[in-house]
Design a protein. Structure first.
Lengths: 689, 100
């Protein structure tokens, strides 16, 4: 660990640059001009990118066996010791530590590189929006969280980044928070992710309890030392819990429902968070913990099958969407499915490779879609577009390149990464390959449906918007062009060996993937020969071209056909168009049940806590005080009043005299006088005699 | 020359009428008038004895009593007026506030 080269020793700085500018935006952003905000926020990401590139070059300068560097800043949670499941005592170590190896190196390059381009793009896209500094502050906070996620050297710190990106995703989806659909989508994303995060957190606990460590570099040795057999149920449990987390963050069945709604956020956010970086965190995490997965063929099978089914399922929904961003959202879900399919069949490096090429072409697709939306005055419905190719040529050509890349046309990036995955899938299971293969055809179809509906045919743009169609500013076009180049050449980093390449990228990453002791001896099924591989490639290329031609036929040649087809398959069309009613199903099964639970708890609160508890205590106090009042009234006051009453009774005759009438007083005076005089005269009379 | 006991009988009659008036009448003004009767009965007594003894003292006293009666009438009527304004009554049996 001592004497690492400069950039490897300072990887901890990489997340700090965006954090610093995010803090500046939080405290002073309101007072800064848009120009300063743009320079600060894009600049900090660019500095991070420079540091990442520096780290990359210093990493590949090392011999391939030693390409891992760790930098522990301080011990984060000194929790002390605990008993592991097998009774041994372990010290809980969670440090604020960073780790760079080929995997995290690739990730920080993607995150900072694509992130920087999207920052630049945003300076053009968001130029006329309110809350400019707020947007960039959130974006930089996101960059910080994402970089923490990929640079963390232990599961708990990864989880910090994991939650951080979730929070930023929530903040940015709900960026137009005055719009109810946007704030609802933000909440939905956050809550659905919570479900996955709970699983991930349980997985971390179980890892800690079973292996006694949460550091990535120590997990492999701990597994070996523990002597866990392949298929150990405890390992399978960890792997499945991790995968629950991954399905949440990376929008896989059953937790994919938040991603299409997340398109309520500004388009650069969709590109950065919901296409290029955050949603791939699940794939990164599965690859990062591949030592665990490799010990559990069952969990791998679940991952592969979930990925494959998600890919197909999401692609089918993408086929019928009319909102340009929704098509791309379902496409993202589908492509993420491919990545998990790759991980599930053990081709982790192919998954990460597809993650990278996907970051390029899906980021580009979103940015180009943003440019289209910008051009037609905010319209997102493809039925109100058409014939835009001449009016916004740069956007058109870059988007076409991205579409060719995602469809998998030779030699674009998507072709190489996707066929790598399909090849590996075929080696494992022909059914998985068939699903992936069929999905590839659908991908080509819906992407070119998007291209043809948006750029070709007749214009269906509103007259009002028609006059304002304009190409986007340079700050938006330059990132498009750079990403277009990357969408072409990105795949060449791992040029297949059958075309005379050497799979550099795959070899670079391969040190990260633990080779399980038995897998090495497992016989390779399927296309063991180069001819087999070539045959598969030609086969998928044929299907892709068929898909594109089909899209051309339906959406350029015979534009009346799609509606007829939709009508003749009425029921099925409605089922797919309404996204298989999954949202409604979840509402009925979980959301409304959760609401019911809330209402029931509310009723419990009202009736039992408030009713019996608070009101009961009140009632008791009142009852006691009533008793006290009775005592006071009848006993304490009563004794006083009894005395008064006795006096009153004995005073009765006295009171009769004092009636207040002057005349009766007068009468008494007269009687008194008469009595007095009578006595006087009587005594005088006696005295005389 | 009228003997002095005639005066005394007259005075006694007047006094008795006055006292009965004070005791029995409800109207305060009549009570006041009855008090005048009592005072005048006393005056008759004083003047009669003054004449009998040939001393002027009793007559002087009678003059004082007449003056006093006038002052008393003025004050009494004033009190009655003030009372009427407050309680809107002149009846003595409704004036029972002395017991409070």
């Amino acid at each position: 660990m001592n004497a690492q080269p400069y950039f490897l020793d300072h990887i901890w700085l990489i997340p700090l640059f965006p954090l610093a500018t995010a803090a500046v935006m939080l405290f002073f952003g309101r007072r800064l001009s848009n120009q300063i905000v743009s320079w600060l926020c894009s600049g900090s990401v660019f500095v991070s990118f420079i540091f990442s590139v520096g780290a990359f070059f210093q990493l590949i300068a090392k011999p391939s066996g030693e390409r891992v560097a760790t930098k522990i800043l301080f011990e984060w949670i000194p929790a002390g010791t605990y008993h592991m499941l097998d009774g041994r005592i372990a010290k809980f170590i969670a440090d604020w530590g960073f780790q760079i190896d080929p995997l995290s190196c690739v990730m920080i390059l993607i995150v900072t590189g694509v992130g920087f381009l999207i920052h630049v793009y945003s300076t053009g896209y968001m130029a006329h929006e309110g809350g400019y500094y707020r947007f960039f502050g959130y974006l930089n906070l996101f960059m910080f969280s994402m970089l923490m996620l990929v640079l963390a050297n232990n599961l708990l710190l990864l989880f910090v980044g994991w939650e951080g990106v979730g929070t930023c995703s929530y903040l940015l989806i709900g960026f137009y928070f005055h719009k109810k659909s946007a704030s609802d989508a933000g909440k939905k994303a956050f809550i659905v992710n919570r479900v996955g995060d709970a699983g991930f957190l349980l997985g971390i606990f179980l890892t800690s309890a079973l292996l006694g460590t949460i550091r990535f570099v120590e997990i492999g040795p701990a597994l070996a030392a523990g002597g866990f057999a392949i298929g150990d149920p405890r390992i399978t449990a960890i792997a499945l819990l991790f995968f629950v987390g991954a399905t949440g963050k990376s929008a896989q069945i059953p937790l994919y429902v938040w991603l299409p709604d997340a398109m309520e956020g500004p388009t650069p956010v969709s590109a950065l968070i919901h296409a290029a970086t955050m949603v791939t965190a699940g794939v990164y995490m599965v690859t990062r913990t591949n030592a665990i997965y490799q010990l559990s063929p069952k969990a791998m099978g679940v991952v592969a099958l979930t990925g494959a089914i998600t890919a197909l399922f999401a692609a089918s929904m993408g086929v019928v969407q009319n909102d340009i961003k929704k098509v791309l959202a379902y496409s993202t879900v589908s492509q993420l499915g491919y990545m998990f399919l790759a991980c599930g069949v053990g081709a982790f490096t192919a998954g990460i490779f597809h993650l990278m090429t996907h970051a390029f072409f899906k980021g580009l697709l979103f940015l180009a879609a943003g440019s289209v939306i910008h051009a037609v005055s905010g319209e997102q419905d493809m039925r109100k577009m058409g014939a835009l190719s001449k009016k916004i040529p740069v956007t058109y050509w870059t988007m076409l390149i991205a579409a060719l890349a995602i469809a998998g046309i030779f030699p674009f990036a998507g072709f190489i990464s996707k066929d790598l995955i399909l090849g590996k899938a075929y080696e494992k299971d022909a059914l998985l390959w068939a699903i992936g293969y069929f999905t590839a055809g659908m991908t080509a179809f819906y992407m070119f449906r998007l291209i043809f509906m948006t750029f070709h045919g007749t214009s269906r743009v509103d007259h009002e918007a028609e006059h304002h169609i304009h190409e986007s500013p340079k700050s938006m076009l330059v990132p498009l062009l750079i990403l277009a180049v990357l969408s072409i050449v990105g795949g060449w980093l791992s040029w297949p060996e059958i075309f005379g390449g050497n799979s550099h990228f795959i070899h670079f990453l391969s040190t990260v993937v633990a080779v399980p002791h038995e897998a090495r001896m497992e016989p390779v099924k399927g296309p063991s020969s180069a001819h087999g591989e070539l045959f598969l490639m030609v086969l998928s290329e044929g299907l892709v071209i068929l898909g594109i031609l089909f899209a051309w036929f339906l959406y350029v040649k015979r534009t009346d056909l799609p509606q007829k087809i939709a009508r003749s398959f009425g029921g099925f069309y409605r089922l797919v168009y309404n996204k298989y009613y999954v949202d409604q199903l979840y509402d009925a099964l979980f959301v409304n049940r959760a609401k019911d639970l809330g209402l029931a708890l509310g009723a419990f609160d009202r009736n039992v806590i408030d009713g019996v508890g608070v009101n009961g205590a009140g009632w008791l106090t009142r009852a006691v005080s009533k008793l006290s009042i009775w005592w006071d009234t009848w006993i304490v006051d009563g004794s006083v009043r009894l005395g008064a009453r006795i006096v009153w009774i004995f005073s009765y005759p006295v009171r009769l005299i004092q009636d207040g009438l002057v005349q009766s007083y007068m009468l008494l005076i007269v009687i008194g006088l008469i009595g007095f005089f009578g006595y006087y005269f009587y005594m005088a009379h006696h005295a005389i005699h | 020359m009228v003997p002095v006991d005639h005066y005394l009988w007259l005075s006694l009659a007047l006094f008795t009428i006055g006292v009965i008036g004070v005791l029995t009448r409800r109207n305060v003004i009549i009570i006041l008038m009855s008090i005048e009767l009592i005072l005048n009965a006393v005056n008759i007594n004083l003047v009669a004895f003054s004449h009998m003894f040939g001393s002027v003292d009793g007559q002087v006293f009678a003059i004082f009593i007449i003056t006093d009666a006038a002052a008393e009438a003025a004050v009494g009527l004033g009190i009655i007026l003030a009372f009427f304004r407050n309680r809107e009554t002149l009846l003595a049996d409704e004036m029972d506030m002395l017991k409070w």
